[in-house]
Design a protein around this ligand. Structure first.
Ligand code: SF4
Ligand code: SF4
Length: 346
């Protein structure tokens, strides 16, 4: 997957599409396999970038095991009073008292001082890494990377809930289900992918942020963005897991001087972007800027046409079927309990 951060509007439609489809079973209230956070920020789980895991010089690192509190509990709200209580002007409020963290806690806070404040949205899912630290850490061999497409899956029948995968994943994209005693994570909508239907998060995204396809398909959008145009980079490549989710980095408005005049200094500090996407980010932003300037001169650009995604379905490579085309319930698509890879399309 490639996500173009210049188009994400932080609407959380992807988050809800994923929640609606996959994480409504027992013990999954706190699970948000897709999250969208404002950057700079603490992210989900809070402070995940400092929790360790991944590989250092090829050696696996055991990191911190995030708690439900660090992910942010699902709050209970006073719906009864607001909608049925017969009282006027009751605001919607969490009622469980300790609602002091959430999966998108620092929304739109960002950094920088007026008039040069800045933030951007960072959607995250499991990166379905080429070298998955979660898989390497599991003594039960309950985690597999599918040969045909590289999707990383946890077999819920084999998992015994030891949670070494949670410690090992440097992106902290594995959740523990206390009720079922198993670890769970994004399955890249594999029952849809198997039928030629793209993931729910990408299909529902109103910003046309998410491209889906194979990294080695020269005619597909992922190959073009990552290898041909070289404008998409993995998040925190230094964690050593070789992620397969790539990002087109955010372009910046200029900072304003004290007279309100635009300078040539970008508002998002380059050091910050380098800390997220590695040193190549500077070159990528330069390439994007030059291409914009070329188009402003009236020239054509395959790169920008691809990023603009005028033809929506072209964003999904071979996964361009409508859910209805493959039968079954177009929203649900799968039978409950399909996560192990043994179920089928309903
Ligand atoms: S992001 Fe984490 S959970 Fe997903 S494949 Fe990589 S190491 Fe495993
Ligand atoms: S649905 Fe698209 S635009 Fe909205 S938050 Fe998700 S990635 Fe961003």
């Amino acid at each position: 997957m490639v996500m173009d951060l210049n188009k994400c509007i932080g609407c959380q439609t992807c988050t809800v599409a994923c929640k609606r489809l996959w994480t409504r079973r027992e013990g999954m209230k706190h699970q948000w396999w897709n999250t969208v956070n404002s950057q700079p920020g603490t992210g989900t789980p809070h402070g995940w970038e400092n929790m360790g895991g991944g590989f250092k010089n090829g050696v696996a690192q055991a990191g911190h095991r995030p708690t439900v509190d660090e992910y942010g509990k699902a709050w209970e709200f006073n719906y009864q009073d607001v909608f049925y209580g017969g009282k006027d002007h009751v605001p919607l409020t969490p009622v469980d008292g300790d609602a002091d963290k959430g999966p998108n806690w620092d929304e739109d806070i960002g950094a920088g001082d007026y008039p040069n404040g800045y933030y951007f949205y960072l959607p995250r899912i499991c990166n379905h890494c080429t070298k998955p630290a979660c898989l390497a850490a599991c003594p039960r061999k309950a985690i597999d990377k599918r040969e045909e497409d590289g999707i990383v899956l946890i077999d819920e029948d084999k998992c015994r809930g030891y949670r070494f995968c949670q410690e090992a994943c440097p992106y902290k994209k594995i959740y523990y289900n206390e009720t079922l005693g198993i670890s769970q994570k994004c399955i890249f909508c594999f029952p849809r992918i198997d039928e030629g239907v793209t993931t729910a998060c990408s299909r529902q995204c109103p910003g046309r942020v998410r491209f889906v396809g194979y990294l080695d398909d020269p005619d597909g959008p992922i190959y073009k963005l990552v290898h041909e145009h070289k404008i998409a980079l993995p998040l925190h490549p230094e964690y050593g897991t070789q992620p397969n989710v790539f990002y087109v980095p955010p372009m910046s408005p200029p900072t304003l001087d004290k007279n309100g005049v635009a300078t040539d200094k970008p508002r998002i500090p380059m050091e910050y972007l380098v800390s997220l996407f590695g040193p190549e980010v500077e070159e990528v932003l330069d390439r994007l800027q030059k291409e914009r300037e070329r188009v402003a001169q009236g020239e054509k650009s395959e790169m920008l046409d691809l990023l603009i995604s005028r033809k929506w379905l072209d964003m999904f490579g071979p996964f361009d079927k409508h859910p209805r085309e493959v039968g079954g319930n177009p929203v649900q698509m799968v039978t409950p309990g399909v996560m192990t890879g043994k179920g089928g399309v309903a």
